[in-house]
Design a binder for this molecule. Structure first.
Ligand code: FES
Length: 162
């Protein structure tokens, strides 16, 4: 349940008299919080169906995870608090989930579509094996994939279109 310190529930449902002024306080709907392990929308892999992904971080260290088929690299990274912003929430409208795929795995990925290519054109430090993490779903074909997080990412702003 959502609470604002110092305000009772009744104050959140109507006008709040402060001095001579009436201030309208919006009615807040309750919301639920999910456990941290569910952030990033990843699924726990079933026994025997674990897939593997390794992220190479900006400092060169590596993190390996057992994941489920269908999870995206963005979701996996965010569920594990890696530095992948994912500003557009995975809707292929930014380039902040840019990853550099190990060439050994790049050809096993499905071809990027036009929307992904458009966003990749705006990615900082684009390489021959760059992809967007939100567009890569784990599957048996890419079990063991290794991706590096680029040194920087760039978010699109309206000045980019001047
Ligand atoms: S999160 Fe924005 S394009 Fe992937």
């Amino acid at each position: 349940m959502f609470r604002i310190a110092g305000l009772s529930k009744s104050l959140l449902r109507g006008p709040l008299a402060v001095g001579r002024a009436n201030i309208m306080v919006p009615k807040y709907a309750g919301f639920a919080q999910s456990a941290l392990r569910f952030h990033g929308h990843v699924h726990k892999p079933k026994p025997g169906e674990e897939l593997h992904v390794t992220f190479i971080l900006k400092d060169g260290s590596q993190r390996q995870y057992e994941v489920s088929a269908g999870d995206t690299l963005l979701d996996i990274a965010q569920a594990n608090n890696l530095e992948m912003e994912g500003a557009c929430g995975g809707s292929c409208a930014c380039s902040t989930c840019h990853v550099i795929v190990d060439p050994d795995y790049y050809d096993a990925l499905e071809e990027p579509d036009d929307d992904e290519n458009d966003m990749l054109d705006l990615a900082y430090g684009l390489t021959e094996t760059s992809r967007l993490g939100c567009q890569i779903k784990m599957s048996k074909d890419i079990d063991g994939i290794r991706v590096a997080l680029p040194a920087m990412t760039r978010n699109v702003s309206n000045t980019d279109f001047d």
